[in-house]
Ligand binder design. Structure first.
Ligand SMILES: Nc1ncnc2c1ncn2[C@@H]1O[C@H](COP(=O)(O)OP(=O)(O)OP(=O)(O)O)[C@@H](O)[C@H]1O
Length: 249
């Protein structure tokens, strides 16, 4: 099911200008990478998609479900999983308890959540830590645990905000493999500044600038913006710079 933003306006306070202003944008099912400079509004967009915040005007819909309809909010949140940019943890819980707890918060039965947690933890390569307290994990391990939490309740749409921050190169590769694995089963939108390798894991690229889409299209189309002189390994960065007029990521 597509995720639609329809004439969406969002401002953090009444006195500030909107971060998102009458935005119309649809994300088709598949793996989409959301790019854009710092402050472009990527996290804001994902938080709106997760129903963690509500637009002051317009609406967000996942299929037929509206993010702000209190009658169907439970269904919406069950179908949509969100990894915020700064996930918070209860450090005294074990990894399994924590992931199961998040599954339970998302509407799973306690036993079902407890049983689903090890598979989610396995997907991020943390099985060896399953009984360890969350507070003893390194930053990168905690980030992987946060990804496991986003996976545990088999959502239809995953909104992952900078999921690879703090991951070592092997774990980044593993995360990309996971995206490939999820392809076709789950709809995934990933916000990132990490654009070295988009071809394998993503179907679509959206570049956001000042709360508006500057580009939306396939990875090959995005890459076609690259400077012809750019070296092969830097073509995606070059395309990004050509679109936004800067190499800042
Ligand atoms: N809680 C908040 N209160 C007020 N303004 C905010 C808040 N969160 C974000 N903003 C502002 O909203 C704008 C968009 O921020 P947002 O975090 O959505 O951008 P982003 O594209 O995710 O940036 P980054 O790549 O740095 O994470 C920025 O100007 C930011 O200063």
């Amino acid at each position: 099911m597509p995720l639609h933003y329809q004439s969406c306006t969002f401002r953090y306070s009444r006195r500030t200008r909107p971060v998102i202003d009458r935005l119309d944008l649809s994300f088709s099912p598949g793996n989409t990478v959301l790019l854009g400079p710092n402050g472009a509004g990527k996290s804001t967009l994902l938080a709106l998609g997760a129903s963690a915040s509500s637009p002051q005007e317009g609406k967000v819909r996942f299929g037929e479900l509206r993010s702000t309809n209190s009658r169907t909010l439970h269904d919406y949140r069950r179908k949509v999983s969100w990894l915020p940019q700064r996930a918070s943890f209860l450090p005294g819980m074990t990894c399994q308890e924590h992931v199961a707890y998040v599954g339970w918060l998302k509407g799973m039965r306690e036993r079902e959540a407890w049983r689903a947690a090890p598979a989610a933890i396995e997907r991020v390569g943390l099985t060896a830590k399953i009984k360890d307290k969350v507070g003893t994990l390194s930053g990168g391990q905690q980030q992987r645990l946060a990804i496991a939490q986003a996976l545990v309740h088999d959502a239809e749409l995953l909104l992952l905000d900078e999921p690879t921050v703090g991951l070592d190169p092997n774990q980044r590769r593993r995360f990309h493999d996971l995206l490939v694995e999820l392809r076709g089963n789950v709809h995934v939108i990933v916000s990132t500044h990490d654009i070295a390798d988009l071809h394998q894991a993503f179907d679509e690229v959206v570049v956001l600038e000042n709360g508006s889409p500057r580009f939306q299209g396939g990875v090959a189309e995005f890459e076609s913006y690259a400077d012809l002189e750019s070296v092969p390994g830097r073509r995606l960065e070059s395309a990004y710079s050509a679109l936004l007029g800067s190499v800042e990521l």
